[in-house]
Design a protein around this ligand. Structure first.
Ligand code: HEC
Length: 135
């Protein structure tokens, strides 16, 4: 390899290393917005949404294992009241002291946008940890 070619390959390698190194510095220097009230990182919502929908496409069950009948709805309502309502609220009831004291705030699941308008599978995966708020 001639020295001009070698120089070209060297520059290419340096060029390819600049972007990952800049990304590393962004995180290592503490510039990434990671605090709970911080805005989303660049591309975070787009990437999280893509990952969520890719998983949903792969894992969404083809048949629902529980039938949507009155007794199952009533059982689910009871589970919600016993295990979730203290934080996520009940329609027409004031927020509990526990919910008021939490940070980040638990969403009111029975009202508003973000949960009641999501599919059951999406709520299941989001409840597992990643929120994209994209409906
Ligand atoms: C001790 C309080 C508490 C209880 C009890 C609780 N949650 Fe939550 N939940 C939270 C908080 C706080 C968040 C928001 C976390 C965040 O924003 O990072 C959350 C988030 C969620 C989300 C995601 C909502 C969104 O923003 O898209 C779902 C779904 C959810 N909870 C469902 C449930 C269900 C179902 C139950 C009962 C089986 C339950 N939670 C019980 C506090 C609670």
């Amino acid at each position: 390899m001639e020295s001009a070619e070698r120089m070209c390959v060297f520059r290419l390698i340096i060029g390819l290393m600049v972007v990952p190194f800049a990304v590393y510095l962004y995180f290592a220097s503490g510039s990434a917005p990671i605090a709970t009230p911080a805005p989303a990182m660049p591309f975070e919502k787009m990437l999280a949404s893509k990952a969520l929908h890719a998983r949903l496409d792969r894992e969404i069950p083809e048949s629902v294992p529980i039938s949507g009948d009155e007794s199952n709805y009533a059982a689910g309502e009871q589970i919600y009241e016993d295990n979730c309502a203290v934080c996520h609220g009940l329609s027409g009831k004031a927020q509990t002291t526990i919910a008021k004291g939490m940070y980040p705030k638990p969403r009111t699941l029975l009202e508003g946008k973000g949960v009641t308008d999501d599919s059951a599978a999406e709520n299941f995966l989001e409840g597992g940890g990643w929120h994209t708020d994209d409906g």
